[in-house]
Design a binder for this molecule. Structure first.
Ligand code: GCO
Ligand code: MN
Ligand code: MN
Length: 386
């Protein structure tokens, strides 16, 4: 029961299970794990694949000989296990060169270097079979706004996105690009802080069809927003290209907790949204084991993410099959075909008839939608008492 299988499309980043437990106050608590070792371990746990930043695999200062050897070993692990690399991305935040941003840096040379690094990382991702390319602008932000009017940054970002989309097409890589918004951390303020902001930006690009979103639970939660609503908006716009699953307490530092570790009801509603709308993309766990853990804890963490998703998917089925919940939902979605016929589309007749229609305002205000009972039953499904 609840055993992860490749068909579930669960993925992890090399940087997630490979996280060595460093934080701003403390040294690493775990040894680094090699990429081939991670691939073998995740394959045994039933993951579909592993995602990477260029420098998770190939150190930024590797010689071309070193690069080739690392790639050979990594590809061997992939072919031995059948693991895929569905998503790739660029580390544009770790090196001091990017301390004041990469694509949005005020320095034209750094912008050029960032685009060059992204092209090389896209080459690497394509070589490994990746079809989704993520842009997480960790350093694309500011603490000091006096140097720029922000419009420069938006223009620079647009230039980079347009350039790299053309590069992908020119190379026939077939990438879809997923923008990953985050409100802050590591910068004081990051541009495109939330899903809605990134979504609006996409339509200002030359090739909006190539761009979508990679929303992350922790990121909207850090901004105090409802993640399920954000994902729904991305789905509505047909822009949910990828998703980063983890968990987060509101008002805390960026925690990257195990999926479902904190807010079970939200995790359930998220799984429900993804399952109900037939999301078939990658379910990527962008989280890491607690700094307290040893390597055994890392694999418990990885197993836990996938198992919780599968348990919640089972609860979604139970929710839909529950006849009392069904009745409550019917009560909640009150239907009136006559009124709906009038509001479905504007016509002069419909407008005139709607104006002439008599609504019993007092009765509308008096009717209870039954949400207390619905929420309680949802909790009882989750708590296992139904
Ligand atoms: C974070 C982000 C990153 C990105 C990753 C892939 O908060 O650090 O979530 O983990 O997802 O860089 O683009
Ligand atoms: Mn994150
Ligand atoms: Mn992420």
């Amino acid at each position: 029961m609840y055993e992860a299988k490749p068909e579930h499309h669960f993925t992890f980043g090399l940087w997630t299970v490979g996280n060595i437990g460093r934080d701003p106050f403390g040294n690493p608590t775990r040894q680094p794990l090699s990429a081939p070792y991670i691939v073998h371990k995740l394959a045994k746990l039933g993951a579909y694949g592993v995602n990477l930043h260029d420098n998770d695999l190939i150190p930024i200062d590797a010689t071309s000989g070193e690069r080739d050897q690392i790639l050979r070993d990594f590809k061997k692990a992939l072919s031995e296990t059948g693991m895929k690399v569905p998503m790739a991305t660029t580390n544009l935040f770790g090196d001091p060169a990017f301390k004041d941003g990469a694509f949005t840096n005020a320095n034209a040379r750094i912008r050029g270097y960032a685009i060059q690094k992204a092209m090389n990382a896209m080459d690497l991702g394509a070589e490994l079979g990746a079809k989704t390319y993520v842009f997480w602008g960790g350093r694309e932000g500011a603490e000091v706004d006096a140097g720029s009017n922000t419009l420069n940054a938006l223009e620079y970002m647009r230039e980079a996105m347009n350039f790299l989309a053309e590069y992908s097409e020119d190379q026939k890589y077939g990438y879809k690009f997923a923008l990953e918004p985050k409100p802050n951390e590591p910068r004081g303020d990051i541009y495109f802080p939330v899903v809605g902001a990134a979504l609006a930006f996409i339509y200002t690009l030359d090739k909006p069809d190539l761009f979508g979103l990679n929303p992350e639970v922790a990121h909207e939660t850090m901004a105090g927003l409802n993640f399920v609503h954000a994902v729904a908006q991305a789905i509505d716009a047909k822009k949910l290209f990828h998703i980063d699953l983890n968990d987060q307490k509101m008002g805390r530092f960026d925690q990257d907790l195990r999926f479902g570790a904190e807010n079970i009801k939200q995790a359930f509603l998220l799984v429900k949204l993804l399952e109900d709308t037939g999301y078939t993309g990658m379910k990527h766990f962008d989280a890491h084991a607690l700094r307290t853990e040893d390597e055994a804890g890392v694999w418990d963490f990885a197993k836990g993410c996938m198992r919780t998703y599968l348990i919640l998917a089972e609860k979604v089925k139970q929710f839909h099959a529950d006849s009392e919940i069904k009745a409550l939902l019917e009560h909640y979605h009150f239907k009136d075909p006559i009124v709906s016929g009038l509001t479905a589309k504007f016509s002069r007749d419909n407008a005139a008839n709607l104006k002439a229609h008599t609504f019993d305002r007092a009765a509308l205000g008096a009717r209870g939608p039954g949400l207390e009972r619905l929420d309680q039953l949802t909790m009882e499904v989750l708590l296992g008492t139904r």
